[in-house]
Design a protein around this ligand. Structure first.
Ligand code: GLC
Length: 415
């Protein structure tokens, strides 16, 4: 069957009517950034369904503006940690209590030309979500976005979070049963120590009633994430363009968005780590840098930041030269690199898409082509896996993955 049909079939099969699960079994609910990417994939063959995906996601928005990282549309006892663990009942739907990188505005901008009225309806929601980021995750106005849980970054067990999570007390978590490791090879998933810390941070959120100000004040884990900051900066730019182009978006203030962009542009430079010659995550509790760059560092172009263009390209070349397939999620020359272990080395199609699009916007079309072609080759060789080894193309994690299929369709439509 032609790949385009296979990819379409993956999206259709994971469609639960109004929202798409990342993959059947392992992830039985709606995940935030997965859904935005699903919309990008649907846009290749069913625009109405693409709109529906982002609309359903934004319907789960909390009154304070946050759009949760998981929306539990129905009960599913096979998933852990479910809504009873999160106890985060502040939105119109049961959900988790944290967010994920806000790629939605960028993808909605791509859809906007197909239905201006539909995009107009979403602008106030996007604006409220972005505003929430600035108050909840940057209370000191530094222009960098903190994550309050490794899951919030979307890059769950990246080595960047090892040191900062070491400060998390896990003595109170008690017994629990993970579900992911009974479905997938445990050697490709986060280990028990990491999982204990993930759960302890969820428990802390519950204790603090998911109050962002209390979490920002009390959580031992508060890390400025280069990936989150870059994705928000890009999203703010796309939101601003949509607002400026929409005569009906009178309830959203373009000048305020422009101020937020200026603040993020300024803040992003704080993440430049001269010792590594790359933008790096920064632990806001200790002032300590992540030990090296990660694929999140290469989202600077996606964010529209070109201050250290050549130095960052040199770092990207080093990454890519040390592997076979672009772009490893973690430094292939670092001792903690593991080519099949989740966010500690493998290639993730969605990161590749954002990095590639950023490079194309920065007129680096050869780089766009290199990353596009590597991504499509990995998928065509190894299937719609959750992630891939950058060394030998091994498929890892779940299979028939929504966002992997979506990214193949997006690259296919965008030569
Ligand atoms: C994993 C990934 C995260 C993704 C989720 C669903 O937790 O790290 O980025 O959103 O799976 O696919």
């Amino acid at each position: 069957m032609p790949v385009v049909e296979q990819a379409t079939q993956v999206l259709r099969a994971n469609d639960r009517g109004g929202y798409t699960v990342p993959t059947d079994g392992l992830y039985p609910f709606q995940w935030n950034w997965d859904s935005a990417f699903a919309a990008l994939g649907f846009a290749a063959f069913d625009t109405n369904r693409a709109w529906q995906e982002v609309e359903t996601l934004l319907e789960a928005q909390w009154p304070n503006g946050m759009v949760p990282h998981i929306v539990f549309h129905q009960d599913d006892p096979t998933y852990f940690p479910g809504p009873l663990v999160w106890q985060a009942n502040q939105g119109p739907k049961p959900s988790s209590g944290i967010t994920q990188p806000p790629v939605a505005a960028t993808i909605i901008r791509q859809l906007a030309s197909t239905d201006a009225r539909r995009s107009d309806g979403l602008l106030p929601k996007l604006d409220a979500w972005h505003r929430w980021f600035h108050s909840a995750r940057d209370p000191d106005g530094l222009g960098v976005m903190a994550i309050t849980h490794p899951w919030e970054s979307g890059r769950d067990n990246l080595p960047d979070w090892d040191q900062p999570t070491a400060a998390v007390d896990t003595s109170m978590i008690g017994d629990y049963t993970r579900r992911d490791t009974s479905l997938i090879d445990p050697s490709t998933r986060p280990n028990k120590e990491q999982y204990d810390r993930y759960l302890a941070l969820v428990q802390l959120g519950v204790e603090l009633e998911w109050d962002p100000a209390a979490i920002a004040r009390d959580s031992p884990f508060f890390v400025a994430d280069v990936g989150m900051t870059a994705v928000l900066l890009r999203a703010e730019r796309d939101l601003l363009v949509m607002v400026q182009e929409s005569p009906r978006a009178t309830d959203v203030d373009a000048a305020v968005i422009a101020q937020r962009i200026a603040n993020l542009e300024h803040g992003f430079e704080r993440l430049w780590n001269p010792a590594v010659a790359a933008y790096c995550s920064l632990d806001l509790r200790t002032g300590r840098w992540a030990s090296t760059a990660s694929s999140g560092s290469f989202l600077a172009w996606y964010a529209g930041v070109k201050t250290h263009h050549q130095e960052l390209l040199a770092e990207l070349s080093r990454y890519v030269d040390a592997a076979t397939f672009a772009v490893p999620s973690f430094d292939p020359e670092h001792p903690l690199f593991n080519h099949v272990l989740y966010w500690r080395g493998p290639v993730w199609a969605v990161m590749n898409w954002m990095i590639a699009v950023g490079l194309r916007d920065a007129d680096e079309t050869d780089w766009y082509q290199r990353i596009r072609s590597d991504t499509m080759t990995l998928i065509e060789t190894s299937g719609f896996a959750e992630y891939f080894s950058p060394i030998d193309a091994q498929p890892c994690g779940g299979t028939t993955f929504t966002w992997t299929a979506a990214i193949w369709l997006a690259f296919n439509a965008d030569p």
